[in-house]
Design a protein around this ligand. Structure first.
Ligand code: PLP
Length: 238
């Protein structure tokens, strides 16, 4: 099985396309990387971001989708790089492939990686959006938080932006369990794992990639989210 991963490089190896490739390999899935931005970063900070010119992104994308390349069965998008890159993704993404978009607005170290405006045009074409709680609030414009956070209005606001489904990740929440909430319309599913005392960089990249791999391997969306939660938990424990 094979997926297409569209995103940025991370010179520290902790996140972005390197992490996507490692997760896909651990699940027995091949990956074609389309580089949208080159970053210089460490685990402590993002030092430089260099967006790849749109025509080079387009050339990579068309080559990865060419029949002479391995055929991807799902697409994972992380850092988009520029509004021009978002426009050409809208133009070229095949209509028949599931698209998982991890809206990486900021790195863990706090650097802005992309804006809401950059990813908005793509949202109509997205099968699953995977924001963490801060990203959910930024994208929906909601400021609700805390232990009694009602996920339904948050999910409704995110779904109104265009994606077919949304997975609101609970990593930034509190409590003994880390619970992710999947909403497909009004259908709601929860995936839980014990909250660990530590985190790793690239957790969001890993989850979205693991979902794309399971979809490519034929799983339903609900099953892919369930499996990916377990896959990422295992990696976090390793
Ligand atoms: N750099 C790149 C290129 C990324 O794609 C991402 C996340 O997707 C990050 C940095 C941020 O990763 P983290 O939040 O784990 O630092």
């Amino acid at each position: 099985m094979h997926i297409l991963a569209i995103g940025g490089t991370d010179s520290s190896g902790g996140a972005g396309l390197t992490r996507d490739t490692a997760m896909a390999a651990s699940l027995g899935c091949g990956l074609s990387p389309v580089v949208t931005a080159v970053t210089a970063q460490t685990n402590a900070n993002v030092q430089e971001i260099h967006p790849v010119p749109a025509k080079i992104i387009e050339a990579q994308l068309l080559a990865a989708l060419d029949p002479a390349s391995p055929k991807p069965k799902a697409i994972k998008i992380g850092m988009i790089g520029s509004p021009a890159a978002a426009d050409l993704l809208c133009k070229h993404l095949p209509a028949d492939m599931p698209v998982i978009l991890d809206p990486v607005l900021k790195s863990t170290s706090g650097k802005k990686l992309m804006t809401k405006e950059t990813l908005t045009p793509l949202l109509q074409r997205v099968s699953l959006l995977t924001p963490n709680l801060p990203e959910s609030h930024l994208l929906s414009g909601s400021s609700a938080s805390g232990e009694r956070l009602d996920h339904r209005p948050l999910a409704e606001a995110l779904l109104s932006l265009g994606p077919k489904a949304v997975l609101i990740k609970g990593g930034h929440d509190h409590g003994e369990s880390c619970i992710d909430h999947l909403w497909v319309g009004t259908d709601h599913h929860q995936f839980s794992a014990p909250r660990l005392p530590h985190s790793k960089r690239g957790t969001g990249c890993s989850l979205a990639t693991a979902i794309a791999c399971s979809l490519a391997q034929g799983a339903s969306l609900v099953e892919a989210c369930r499996r990916a939660k377990t896959d990422v938990h295992k990696w976090l424990c390793s």
